[in-house]
Design a protein around this ligand. Structure first.
Ligand code: NAD
Length: 715
């Protein structure tokens, strides 16, 4: 049998080594026939004393076939459901063998991989960094439908299984063992098979050991059944908390909770069938298709280097110079040192530079105090950061990133003064948030080595880096910035130069539309609540206060000084509101003494009362669905424009960039993917409706009609 190697030893133990065609073992079309032939053979095997299941690949087993899952529609749902049931029935045959079965987990066992391991009576894993266990399905809008939800409940109980099945947490073997997901670990790979075999041998005549908990009479689920007071008390709150967290926009967590509760109420086989039905339901939802498309396929495309020039060899950064040790510079220094890169952190005085380094000291001390890093390792990382005020220390940096004040004259000046310190072939990056890279690069003696490297705040938490190509930026600079982003474990997207690049430009439309709703008379609390109702993490007014109205006023002034025409952007209403808020009332945002909200010392906030007098009109009644669509469609339309104008170079960059950079709702799979599952024609006519009532800014960009005509979607 190719795919599953079958070998019986002198003790009567059969070892099944999974080695399917392709790089990983997965639930492809080949899987079920292989598993079922294996079950036939094992059931007929004479003198069988036990079974060990392991893998010849680096991973143990990679899980479901996502390509196939994306194809499921309501028409094929029944067939899909029967396929899931058939797979589970075959795994049950392995469970019901009269001999002990052990899984020897030599690599990652996620989703279907962990479910396969759970079909064994005993699980032993190699305690190595490469071995991760968990059920990531929920992060793709799905659920572990091969028995994962039900068995997690049987093994860990309702409360303890939450982080696995509802949050999709992946854990190391030691943690999985502590949770009860696996039974044992070994320190080296060489010990793995012997340990699994030893367990099988020791339990060959032990009927209890070859019986699964869910098949054991009188087995009690940890933490209690549905009538246990703690569980009964928790259930209503759990549903409400989940609703609050997902705002009803993500169907998977709600479905998983339903099935988890069902597992406590009904018998095992019925719960397993309910679980299969739940997976079938989710596989048909547009949300699952969106999430699989973007978080799996497009994410792999990006991290696989699709936006990086192929013919430039790897560009490792050894020594990075960071100019400006302020809020951004100190964060960039920290993430660089964490990746083992030598850092020169330069500010105008030694004191300012030291202050920037102190930020890393604080973050590292926190890690040490939480037991997540040794003191020695933390000291090693800190030693990589040299705070300085001396230009000469920048000598031989192969990458310099400037993060000084947002002022074009200053940025030009330091480029001219300090570019000469770069090592031969070194690259100059700017972390500007609003200034066009092409104009910034005019001060450079070699604009082909000048590139935008746009981080997000707080740098240590935000996963995205937006790389911006100026008109003259070359491929080596792109490769350098791209490889550096991966080196510091961020996700890079690559865009062409444009005012506000991709992320700020698109995000600006969300804020602008929120401000418009306010100025049309909608209650500010309602504006922000509707922003959250579409799935944005924070409402448009609250987030504008955070990024500060003052900042956009300054940016506007700078653009005017630079002679940049911004009339094509729909920012006029926001500009008027900003002028009123700052010019007449001194409300520049949270860090400027308050903005739309006022902020108390204890961290709470409330609407700044005069805001209602200025803007609120109780007679105005904008339909909620219109207001929600306005807040979402403005962003989608701007993303489409970025694609049409070539600011976005790929759809994947647009989707990943919108979710990771500006918090676009996960259920959309990104702002461009949203259009695919909404339907291009439907999107276009909804845009027409909104444009007729609210203005031309809602007209769908031409690229939508072009795609409809060619029968394509945004991929
Ligand atoms: P900041 O004011 O906190 O820090 C700027 C630092 O630059 C200060 O420490 C200042 O002393 C130093 N500096 C000024 N002139 C210098 C010089 N000649 N040489 C060395 N250091 C000098 O500002 P920030 O928020 O960190 O922003 C820095 C840059 O990053 C700006 O271009 C900004 O647009 C951009 N940015 C900011 C954010 C954000 O959220 N704050 C996000 C993305 C990008």
């Amino acid at each position: 049998m190719t795919g599953f190697n079958y070998e019986k030893d002198a003790d009567g133990i059969v070892t099944i080594t999974m080695d399917m065609d392709g790089p990983v073992n997965s639930m492809s079309d080949a899987f079920l026939p292989l598993l079922s032939e294996t079950a036939d053979k094992l059931e007929a095997e004479e003198g069988l004393t036990g079974v060990v299941l392991t893998s010849a690949k680096k991973t143990f087993f990679a899980g479901g076939d996502l390509n196939m899952l994306c194809q499921v529609t309501e028409d094929s749902a029944e067939e899909f459901f029967h396929g899931v049931e058939a797979t589970k029935a075959t795994m049950r045959r392995i469970e019901k063998l009269p001999v002990p079965v052990a899984a020897a987990i030599n690599g990652a066992a996620l989703g279907g991989g962990l479910e396969l391991a759970l079909a064994c009576n005993h699980r032993v894993a190699w305690d190595d960094k490469s071995v991760q266990l968990g059920f990531p399905e929920v992060t793709l809008g799905l659920l572990p439908g091969g028995g994962g939800v039900v068995k997690a409940i049987y093994l860990m109980g309702l409360m303890a299984s939450n982080e696995y099945i509802l949050e999709g947490k992946r854990v190391a073997p030691a943690k999985a063992q502590a949770s009860g997901l696996i039974d044992a670990t070994v320190a080296t790979l060489d010990e793995l098979l012997p340990a699994a075999k030893a367990w099988v041998k020791a339990h060959k005549d032990d009927e209890a050991a070859s019986t699964q908990p869910w098949d054991t009479k009188g087995y009690k689920i940890p933490g209690g059944g549905v009538n246990h007071p703690a569980v009964a008390q928790m259930l209503p709150a759990a549903a409400a908390m989940l609703q609050q967290k997902t705002r009803g926009l993500l169907p998977a967590p709600a479905k998983i909770l339903d099935i988890a509760v069902a597992a406590l109420r009904v018998d095992f086989e019925t719960a397993m069938r309910i679980e299969s039905r739940g997976l079938t339901y989710l596989a048909c939802t547009p949300v699952a298709k969106n999430m699989i498309n973007t978080f799996f396929f497009q994410m792999n495309q990006i991290s696989g280097g699709a936006s990086r020039p192929k013919d430039v060899e790897p560009q490792k950064t050894r020594k990075v110079g960071i100019l400006g040790a302020g809020m951004m510079g100190q964060g960039i220094a920290y993430v660089s040192a964490m990746a083992g890169i030598e850092v020169i952190l330069k500010d105008i005085s030694q004191e300012a530079a030291d202050k920037g380094k102190a930020y890393s000291e604080k973050l590292l001390a926190k890690r040490v105090s939480k037991g997540r890093m040794t003191e020695e390792k933390a000291q090693g990382i800190l030693a990589l950061i040299k705070p300085t005020a001396a230009n000469e220390d920048l000598q031989d940096c192969d990458l310099i990133i400037e993060a000084v004040f947002e002022n074009i004259k200053l940025k030009h000046k330091i480029t001219q003064e300090l570019e000469g310190y770069l090592a031969e072939g070194g690259v100059w990056g700017s972390n500007t948030s609003t200034l066009p890279i092409t104009q910034l690069s005019e001060a450079s003696r070699d604009a082909s080595n000048f590139i935008g490297v746009h981080f997000f705040s707080p740098v240590d938490k935000m996963p995205l880096v937006e790389i911006i190509m100026g008109e003259n930026t070359g491929d080596v600079a792109l490769a350098k910035a791209f490889d550096y982003a991966l080196q510091i474990r961020k996700t890079p997207i690559v865009v062409n130069d444009s005012l506000g690049f991709f992320t700020s430009r698109t995000f600006g439309t969300f804020i602008d539309e929120g401000v418009r709703l306010l100025s049309e008379g909608m209650h500010p609390v309602k504006v922000d609540n509707l922003g959250k109702a579409i799935g944005m993490p924070v409402g448009p007014l609250a987030v504008y206060d955070e990024v500060s109205l003052e900042l956009s006023r300054k940016a506007q002034e700078t653009w005017e000084e630079m002679g940049i025409d911004t009339s094509a952007r729909d920012g006029t209403v926001a500009r008027d509101v900003v002028n009123t808020m700052i010019g007449e009332h001194g409300r520049g945002g949270r860090h400027h003494g308050g903005g739309f909200y006022e902020y108390a010392e204890d961290g709470t906030k409330a609407i700044w009362p005069p805001l209602l007098d200025i803007y609120y009109k109780s007679e105005v009644n904008i339909p909620v669905d219109d207001a929600k669509d306005r807040l979402l469609f403005r962003q989608v339309i701007e993303a489409l424009r970025c694609l049409e104008e070539g600011v976005l170079r790929t759809v994947a960059d647009g989707n990943i960039g919108s979710i990771m950079g500006i918090g676009a709702p996960a259920w959309t799979g990104g702002l461009l993917q949203f259009v695919n599952t909404y339907g291009l024609a439907r999107f276009s006519s909804r845009c027409d409706e909104l444009a007729a009532v609210y203005g031309e800014r809602f007209k769908a960009p031409k690229i939508v009609a072009d795609k409809i005509a060619s029968g394509e979607t945004f991929n």
